[in-house]
Design a protein around this ligand. Structure first.
Ligand SMILES: N[C@@H](CCC(=O)N[C@@H](CS)C(=O)NCC(=O)O)C(=O)O
Length: 210
């Protein structure tokens, strides 16, 4: 299998963190990781559009030559393909909560964080848009409070003591915000402590560059 990715971009980084977490749990997936240079616009060139008609990253090329082009679908595929020591485990209720928190993080926080980064200091050269940045920041306050409340029971990671897709998703977007020197957490000490803890994990250290 081949993972087409680019460092720093949140959606590929989420998958890279997930793969690194699985490797730490002993699963070697044997996925070759290939960088597509988005600063040079290579994601919109015919070679990449043949992999993913939407011109985005990540894209996973399966051994049969087909592609999966949505980051969460790639993770779910890898969970099914390598079920031993998979990350989404437990009872139906535990899995339900894990998927719920992943969706809350991705849809209500990570998506807006990406927009906030581009509206503030886009690495792709988009013009700053302070009003959009303000709106995105406002939309994140309630979901960030939700995560801060989750962490108040003393858990070390978003779902407890083991890494989850939600952790990978949130950290991938935070790295992007760090790069553009933008803060989204505000006065939330538990989320800040989570950030510190997550970045010290061996999986994070192999993937995160900023
Ligand atoms: N829903 C897709 C979104 C993929 C996406 O938008 N990727 C961004 C990087 S985080 C990208 O490729 N941007 C380059 C572009 O749109 O030209 C997923 O979760 O994989």
């Amino acid at each position: 299998m081949k993972l087409y990715k680019v460092a720093l971009a949140p959606n590929p980084t989420k998958v890279m963190l997930y793969i690194a977490e699985r490797e730490q749990l002993g699963t070697q997936m044997g996925i070759e990781q290939i960088t597509v240079n988005t600063v040079k616009g290579h994601q919109r060139q015919p070679e990449h559009l043949a992999r993913n008609p939407f011109g985005t990253l990540p894209a996973l090329e399966l051994d049969d030559g087909s592609f999966i082009v949505e980051s969460l679908a790639i993770i779910h595929y890898l969970e099914d393909k390598f079920p031993e020591n998979s990350i989404i485990r437990g009872t139906a209720e535990e899995k339900g909560h894990a998927r719920d928190i992943e969706r809350i993080v991705d849809l209500r926080i990570s998506g807006p964080m990406g927009g906030l980064g581009h509206a503030t200091k886009s690495p792709l050269g988009l013009p700053p848009d302070p009003e959009r940045a303000r709106q995105l920041s406002a939309s994140m306050q309630a979901p960030l409070d939700y995560l801060e409340a989750l962490l108040s029971d003393g858990r070390s990671l978003l779902l407890g003591e083991t890494a989850s897709i939600a952790d990978c998703t949130l950290q991938a977007s935070l790295q992007f915000l760090r790069f553009v020197e933008t803060d989204a957490f505000g006065e939330r000490p538990l989320l800040r402590a989570w950030d510190q803890r997550y970045r010290e994990r061996p999986a994070a250290q192999t993937v995160l560059k900023w």
